[in-house]
Design a protein around this ligand. Structure first.
Ligand SMILES: Cc1ncc(C[n+]2csc(CCOP(=O)(O)OP(=O)(O)O)c2C)c(N)n1
Length: 370
């Protein structure tokens, strides 16, 4: 009797039961050992090396971007170190024709999707050319409004479904973003219309200085998918293999017409929120930093690849040197791009110039021609 009653009406035990079922999905542990052999993906040696190459490249890009920002040569920049598995292994499961709707921290994914690096640098400087992806590179400009990309992704995914393409729309937000109204609207709409979308929450533990505990009473962020009736999973975001597998499977479900998936990647950002002035030592301790450094996504993937004889110090050095060289060339190309003008700003905003701006436009056009 008690048992029956508890199943029929006991909101607290129902919640407990659901939450207990959410276990973090991991394939490669902190020591670089396979702990879930059954789910180890069948990636070729070349693919494994390519994924590692992209993560190492991104770590260097992050270091160089931070220093370029400090020299005043970049503008807005949100550091990525610690999130390489979450960002690059998820992207690795996508196809070229899939659409990416990134947040401001998701520049590496769109660069590896085809946005030239010099344009990513121009985005950082607030230059309109940085938001112009070449034809066939299916990325939108990084979103600054927290959570807004979730609603847009539901729409893009529905569009893909209506066109009958076998592609998905993929988006990323943070743990903070998962508290926004747009977040719930996006997953709910995509679920109701079975739109082929993949929604990521990169839970890097902090929304600027606000800790994850203050975002929700829920045990996980992934479980929010339950309320939208969509599959959801919490993944070790420092484990490239688990992130890859969860994304690959979400993509396959979407392509089969089964709708969206919500994936929480549990990770950490080593650096500050952005280069605009927050000081992480005021909201995080060195112990917490060290705990996460021991879970580093690149270190554990390196151990895994070394065990297979696929990676070496010399190989890593080669990738680092190439990254530095390409970054140097890209920043040079960004520097060579003509400076943005006021009239650029106006003409890029409107297809037809509103009457009230016509006068200002002529004034600036005249000034700029001097
Ligand atoms: C709608 C909206 N509200 C507030 C802000 C200011 N803001 C910028 S970043 C940020 C925190 C976001 O944290 P999170 O979603 O966890 O992503 P993370 O930066 O950690 O990747 C806030 C509140 C904003 N950009 N947009």
């Amino acid at each position: 009797m008690g048992e029956k009653l508890s199943n029929q009406y006991n909101p607290q035990s129902l919640l407990n039961e659901i939450e207990e079922k959410f276990q973090m999905f991991q394939i490669l542990n902190e020591k670089g050992e396979i702990v879930d052999k059954e789910n180890e993906p069948n990636l070729s040696d070349e693919e494994l090396v390519e994924l590692m190459t992209r993560m190492v490249y991104t770590r260097i890009l992050d270091q160089r971007s931070i220093s370029l920002n400090r020299q005043g040569r970049l503008g807005f920049y949100a550091p990525t170190a610690g999130q390489e598995a979450s960002q690059l292994a998820s992207h690795f499961a996508l196809e070229k024709e899939d659409w990416i709707l990134p947040g401001y921290r998701d520049v590496p994914q769109i660069v590896f999707h085809g946005l030239p690096l010099w344009k990513a640098f121009l985005f950082s400087r607030g230059h309109f050319v940085g938001n112009q992806a070449p034809e066939g590179v299916n990325v939108l400009a990084p979103q600054i409004i927290i959570g807004a990309q979730y609603v847009q992704t539901a729409g893009v995914a529905l569009g893909l479904k209506k066109r009958g393409t076998k592609n998905v729309a993929v988006t990323y937000t943070g743990d903070g973003g998962s508290s926004q109204g747009d977040f719930y609207e996006g997953i709910n709409f995509a679920g109701a219309f079975k739109a082929p979308a993949i929604f990521f929450i990169q839970n890097n533990q902090y929304a600027i200085s606000t800790p994850r505990e203050l975002q929700t009473a829920g045990k996980t962020l992934a479980q929010k998918g339950i309320s939208a009736g969509i599959p959801c999973v919490q993944v070790d975001g420092m484990d490239a293999l688990a992130v890859y597998v969860a994304t690959r499977d979400a993509r396959e479900r979407a392509i089969r017409g089964e709708g969206p998936t919500l994936i929480e990647t549990v990770c950490y950002r080593y650096g500050p929120h952005t280069m605009s002035g927050d000081d992480p030592t005021r909201y995080r301790t060195a112990e917490i930093d060290n705990e996460w450094a021991a879970k580093d996504p690149i270190v554990r993937f390196r151990t895994y690849l070394e065990g297979k004889g696929l990676w070496s110090e010399a190989k890593e050095e080669e990738v680092i040197e190439r990254a530095k060289e390409e970054i140097k060339e890209a920043i040079k190309k960004a520097d060579e791009t003509p400076k943005q003008t006021v009239t650029d700003l106006i003409t890029n905003m409107y297809e037809e110039l509103p009457v009230n701006l016509q006068e200002q436009y002529s004034i600036y056009k005249e000034k700029e021609s001097r």
